[in-house]
Design a protein around this ligand. Structure first.
Ligand SMILES: C[S@@+](CC[C@H](N)C(=O)[O-])C[C@H]1O[C@@H](n2cnc3c(N)ncnc32)[C@H](O)[C@@H]1O
Length: 231
């Protein structure tokens, strides 16, 4: 009787685990395949020029230093940073995005470490980078805080994070961004994600004019952050 109950409990646990693993794999595959579809055209969805906020803030990054660019997509920001002389590591889960980013780097004649990987299970180095650049990396609520903390921990003490994303007020607009309120961030949410790791130096929430390919075009509501890694 007891052996039977134990067997049933074991079977139920195995089924739950299988369901969990399948859902997790499905979620990851769906994400990267939907980004592959978005990047299918030859032209770059967000254009070739870097994000304007990143370009404005470039002087906060120490020259020639090591910069981490998670979710670099088709490579416009990582490649531009490499052209500026930084040692750049990028990670993105879209095969098509990474292939296009590598082609862009080759066209521009720069070399950088462009990795295909999922930020939910990537092997993050600790205190490795002088800066991290997060441009429109919108993640599901279930993984966002953990990924943000892993990225912050990969920055050296004193290093800098530059971030731009869409604000929840962007939800009804057509100028870009996810149509899921949970994937849009306020300054307050980011402060909470990075608490104990990063100190905010500059915060902004408001409208900006976006001219980033066909992907981000028109007036958008964004959240911007520059923060420093605590000692
Ligand atoms: C809106 S695009 C922004 C691309 C780039 N940062 C830019 O501004 O041009 C978001 C990118 O995040 C990537 N991404 C989303 N979830 C990811 C994850 N879990 N791991 C790695 N990359 C991810 C997508 O593949 C996509 O390329």
């Amino acid at each position: 009787m007891l052996a039977h109950a134990k067997l049933c409990a074991f079977k139920s646990l195995t089924l739950q685990l299988r369901h969990y693993v399948a859902a997790d794999v499905w979620r990851t595959e769906l994400d990267s395949s939907s980004w592959n579809q978005k990047y299918a055209a030859e032209e770059l969805l967000y254009g070739e020029t870097p994000n304007e906020f990143l370009a404005d803030m470039i002087t906060v990054l120490p020259s020639d230093s090591k910069i981490f660019v998670p979710g670099d997509g088709e490579g416009r920001n990582g490649v531009w940073l490499a052209q500026k002389g930084f040692q750049v590591t990028t990670v993105d889960s879209s095969e098509t995005g990474v292939a296009k980013a590598k082609a862009l780097a080759s066209r521009k004649g720069v070399s950088l470490d462009q990795q295909l990987g999922d930020l939910t299970n990537w092997s993050y180095p600790q205190a490795e980078f002088d800066g991290a650049v997060l441009i429109y990396l919108h993640l599901p609520a279930s993984i966002r805080a953990q990924v943000h903390q892993n990225i912050a921990k990969a920055i050296k003490p004193g290093g800098v994070l530059i971030l731009e994303c869409f604000h929840p007020d962007q939800l009804s607009r057509t100028s870009g961004g996810p149509k899921n309120i949970e994937m849009l961030y306020t300054s307050e949410l980011l402060r909470s994600d990075f608490a104990g790791l990063l100190v905010p130096h500059f915060e902004f929430e408001g409208e900006v004019q976006l001219q980033e390919g066909t992907g981000h075009s028109g007036v958008g509501v964004v959240t911007r952050l520059v923060a420093r890694r605590m000692a």
